[in-house]
Design a protein around this ligand. Structure first.
Ligand SMILES: [Zn+2]
Length: 421
């Protein structure tokens, strides 16, 4: 089916253009050109959908419940939060995983995310015995994405030690066999792509990192890992391996152009150099990192080295891509006492760099998947904003409430007030 959408404005990272139609066929954008015939979207701008590059959907269930200290741990921190998260993880069933994930993904679509990377590490029955279908919980997350209509990159996560029994596999071979079968299954699910991940250098030994990195390289798959989120993790890595986490990843062949490091909060200059040399990416999760007291992204070092950046809502304390992007620059301003800090070479504003991190691209192009969001130009946060100022107004002055529609593969999967509203 071929259709043309006629918004008031088409937005890219630098500004907005009027008088354009976006023509979609078979889920892709086939033309962006002056047009008058098609479906009018009055008062709307069309922009690329945001990509939520790091999610643990089930942790949405903690929202509002962990914002208090308990008598047993008056010094609340990441590690005490993690105990609460483990309790929640132990309660999950395939049915509840699908339900909580669907609600989480629907909230993402409302907020402007049209794609999500699910970092999925709850695999087995609570006692650690695999389900009859060893991928039952991963498939529940995938089906939830289909229920909601969001695009999914599903990453089954390797976990060898620590955590709770249902996270762990007996061997890296058993883990990779599950990845194989999940990849075959996903072929019948067009919104679902499968990559893989290792949880962290805490949870996975050196030999597993080598095997997982090799598997990803051989099949050219995206591969993710948490690293440098907390100082204690770095101390433990130094004690066990004599090197810092990203150094260990480089030694084990885990780093490559399809590798994404989640957080990198405490990465030092040498580790950032390694990420740059290997073409690896960083995913920042500022609202979660702030909520957990992790620290700040070394955003200046990432920008200066040209390391590709993405964002994720991680624990889902908040689901709002605008806030994730704003936090990156706002933290840099608080730390430096300056304004407009994260400005890419050849640009005059942090906005284009931030939007490229959120969108995974700079704007809408012919050939892209038709994953779009509709922005309400009459919203009080945006009214009277000039077209040229719209990208910065979104990053610095707006939130997810300006998103009134979402399209994935050319299908409208969210419309505020109902499909026709
Ligand atoms: Zn995470």
């Amino acid at each position: 089916m071929r259709q043309t959408l006629l918004p008031d404005l088409v937005l890219d990272a630098h500004g907005a253009r009027s008088g354009l139609g976006i023509t979609i066929e078979d889920g892709r954008i086939v033309e962006i050109s002056p047009a008058t015939d098609g479906e009018r979207l009055p008062g709307r701008a069309l922009a690329p959908g945001f990509v939520n590059d790091h999610s643990h959907a089930f942790q949405r269930g903690l929202r509002g419940t962990v914002e208090r200290i308990s008598p047993s741990s008056p010094e609340d921190d990441f590690w005490t939060w993690r105990e609460r998260m483990y309790e929640l993880a132990c309660e999950l069933t395939p049915e509840s995983t699908r339900e909580v994930s669907r609600r989480c993904y629907e909230e993402m679509l409302c907020a402007g995310y049209t794609g999500v990377t699910e970092f999925h590490y709850v695999h087995h029955c609570p006692d650690g015995i695999p389900y009859e279908d060893p991928s039952a919980l991963a498939k529940a997350a995938a089906l939830a994405a289909e229920d909601a209509g969001i695009r999914l990159l599903l990453l089954p996560v390797a976990y060898a030690r620590g955590g709770v029994p249902r996270f762990r596999d007996a061997s890296v071979e058993a883990f990779l066999r599950r990845v194989d079968t999940l990849r075959e299954w996903s072929e019948g699910h067009p919104l679902v792509e499968v990559g893989l991940a290792a949880h962290s250098v805490r949870a996975v030994p050196r030999g597993w990192l080598e095997e997982i990195g090799g598997y990803a390289r051989r099949d050219d798959l995206p591969v993710h890992i948490h690293a440098d989120e907390q100082p204690r993790e770095i101390e433990e890595c130094l004690a066990e391996h004599g090197v810092r986490p990203v150094e260990l990843l480089a030694q084990t062949g885990f780093l490559g152009p399809r590798t994404t490091i989640i957080h990198a909060t405490h990465a030092d200059a040498g580790e950032l150099d390694l990420l740059s040399e290997h073409g690896a990416s960083v995913c920042a999760c500022p609202t979660t990192e702030g909520n957990l007291g992790d620290g700040f992204l070394p955003a200046g070092g990432i920008l200066d080295r040209g390391i590709r950046l993405s964002v994720g809502s991680d624990s889902h304390v908040r689901i709002d891509p605008f806030e994730e992007l704003r936090e990156i620059e706002t933290n840099a301003r608080r730390l430096s006492g300056r304004r407009n800090v994260l400005v890419n070479e050849g640009e005059t504003s942090p906005t284009p760099w931030l939007l490229r991190a959120g969108w995974d691209r700079g704007g809408l192009e012919t050939g892209d998947t038709a994953d779009l969001i509709e922005i309400d130009l009459s919203h009080p946060a945006l009214v009277d904003v000039e077209a040229g100022d719209l990208p910065s107004a979104l990053v610095f002055g707006a939130g997810s409430e300006v998103v009134v529609g979402a399209w994935v593969s050319g299908r409208r999967v969210y419309a505020r007030g109902g499909k026709d509203g």
